[in-house]
Design a binder for this molecule. Structure first.
Ligand code: TZP
Ligand code: MG
Length: 226
């Protein structure tokens, strides 16, 4: 469990407690107001954690948008996780960082993140990676892709919700399933053993992201099998 000093004297205990929806706002390159509007709608809907994903973005733009997200989140008592970049997460006073298998290794990132009170999530694609991430101190794992996705150019082959029970048996930390998940499929994914569904496209495409988020936040995390 990471903990650290925040704002000079406030003890921040970084514990990842997922809601059924883990929204990701994807910022493509340059800054527009749209990602901020989307983030605001999702935070206003009550999402307690939100990930900022900004590929092909300069460090200067990245930290600028991350600070804006952190500011927005503070107004809602919510927390921001920065994708890929531990330095940007620290510099923006975000609450966590999400790292892929090709990003900073967890054994390197973990002590730094802990010092700054950040939670760390790790993308995993099979049971071995899930076990390794948990053993090395990840606060949660991403697992996927569940389905085909348009949001990640180099996504691996879909794993499907059927893959989740084995992951659930392998780790006790929260599992955030990702990849092509939509409102109709979210329930199957949670039923498979995920604690949360991550979504990029489904939230970006709908005219009412706040409404969709509210419905998904009400889903039961461990539905009874019928
Ligand atoms: N990692 C695995 S699939 C994926 C990422 C970042 C994309 C998820 O986006 P979407 O639009 O919800 O499929
Ligand atoms: Mg990454």
């Amino acid at each position: 469990m990471p903990f650290g000093l925040r704002n000079g004297n406030v003890l921040f205990v970084g514990i990842f407690t997922p809601a059924p929806l883990y929204p990701i706002v994807d910022v493509h390159g340059g800054m527009t107001t749209r990602p901020l509007e989307l983030a605001e709608a999702l935070l206003a809907a009550g999402c307690p954690w939100l990930q900022l994903r900004a590929k092909n973005t300069s460090a200067a733009d990245h930290v600028w948008v991350a600070r804006r997200f952190v500011e927005l989140a503070r107004g809602h008592g919510a927390r921001i996780i920065v994708n890929d970049r531990l330095d940007v997460a620290v510099a923006s006073e975000a609450h966590g960082v999400h790292l892929g298998q090709e990003d900073l290794p967890l054994e390197v990132a973990r002590p730094v993140a802990t010092r700054h009170g950040l939670v760390v999530g790790i993308s995993t694609h099979d049971v071995a990676q899930a076990r390794a991430a948990a053993a090395e101190g990840a606060d949660y794992i991403g697992f996927g892709p569940m389905f085909t996705t348009d949001s990640k150019a180099d996504a691996l082959a879909p794993r499907a919700p059927d893959a989740l029970p084995a992951v659930r048996d392998a780790v006790t930390i929260p599992i955030v399933a990702i990849g092509g998940i939509t409102e109709p499929t979210a329930h199957d994914v949670l039923r498979g053993g995920a604690d949360a569904v991550a979504m990029i496209g489904a939230l970006a495409r709908t005219a009412d992201p706040g409404g969709l988020a509210r419905r998904l936040l009400r889903l039961s995390r461990r539905p009874q099998s019928s």
